[in-house]
Design a protein around this ligand. Sequence first.
Ligand code: UN1
Length: 501
Amino acid sequence: MATLATMETYRNYIDGRWVDAEGGEVFESTNPADRRDIVGVVAKSSKEDVDRAVEAARAAYNTWRLVPAPKRGEILFRAAEALVKHKQRLGELVTREMGKVIAEGLGDVQEAIDMAYYMAGEGRRLAGETVPSELPDKDAKSFRVPIGVFALVTPWNFPTAIPAWKIFPAIMAGNTVVFKPSSLTAVCATELVRILADSGLPKGVVNLVNGPGGEVGEYLVSHPGIDGVSFTGSSAVGMKVARNCSLHGKEFSCEMGGKNAIIVMDDADIGLALSGVLWGAFGTTGQRCTAASRLILHRDIHDGFVDRLVTMTKALKLGDGLKAGTDVGPLVSDEQLRKVQHYVQIGKSDGATLLLGGQHANHGDLAYGNFMEMTIFVDVRPAMRIAQEEIFGPVLSVLKARDFDDAIAIANGVNYGLSASIYTRDVNMSAQAEKELDTGIVYINASTIGAEIQLPFGGMKRSGYGNKKDAGGRGGALDLYTRWKVVYRDYSGRLQRAQID
Ligand code: UN1
């Protein structure tokens, strides 16, 4: 276990240099599986640090936007190679700082690797259109241009993947960025930026400022030197960001929560559905915006399914994600633990039946961590708060549906719309579900989590503000980080009038 004396300080990265916060202040990032373990001491920034970072990004933008995109992509290719080389170390760091089990810590880094290779290649495409003109000797084309300086504000639940979703496409497209990660995973964020810095990125293209979201994050996103904001986090903060950006004409994308449902129909492969429910509800300790927090069971299979689910859930081992055999890690912080416990109380007082879990687990090895038992509520009605609000923990609300239409209505009857899933063997029913589920992502015979980076990621309704998705695919990240420019070139040497001649 590290002690403060041996501890490295994780500094800000501004204009190509690792620097302390102006005020010299620091904060600690701790291991959620054992709060005595300090993962790192991190620079605690203030407004002055943000000003310097924005200034550096503005200056770098003038030259970076003119670097040919394939050359920008080459730097990401080198970063991808470095991430592969350091995958094990970084994966362990993700687990130590955020708590997810090591297989998922490695998966987090793998998602960053995937995005790095994908965007490295995109540097050689970044395609626009060439279309025929309606007039002779005239050509017409469109191409993507960068937008300027982006503020990237990221959550703690994917400490390397979500920053990668945002930073890599933004810089490949020619923008420069100021990156403000969650303070809970500042060390992982710093390691990611180190890899980029060591991959030959010119100074000022990526700037990192660590510090409290309420102060540093808010100041950053409303800074007049910022042209666009990409935010992933809570709905309350996202709404504020969206309002502020609209007011000042900034590009923005806010990815927020979910209340994702898995529907299991009476004809489903029950074993397959059970494994998908366990993975979706308790993987990452329920701390994904795509987590399955509602299970909608066809009434004919409800009781048998719940029995098997409880038995399988009891067999999952809660513990330190770095230890072999652990299935589910801690919650990221004490604050999250309290929030999840509060929802358990709400569920009980709203009349749902607590079938399993519901307690803070603090016996033996778990004494110093933020561990929460895996929790299952049955007799949940659609209007209950535990069936409507995002809990972001290992709490599953089970609802009963009469038939397919009822199941779809329950699934859609929430303000969120990120991810949904249906288990059925009926091909027609799966096609209907695909059409009717009002979510950005639909899974058929698979859980609600595990989106891949080559397609857009984002939700409908309150799951996202801004008309752009911030990650994945050309319809996602590239649309957010670029604008279309159109050029008409008339080489006829005479006045030609479109729509008239
Ligand atoms: C998130 O929880 O914010 O689709 C992102 C998934 C992951 C990303 C989740 N690839 O579950």
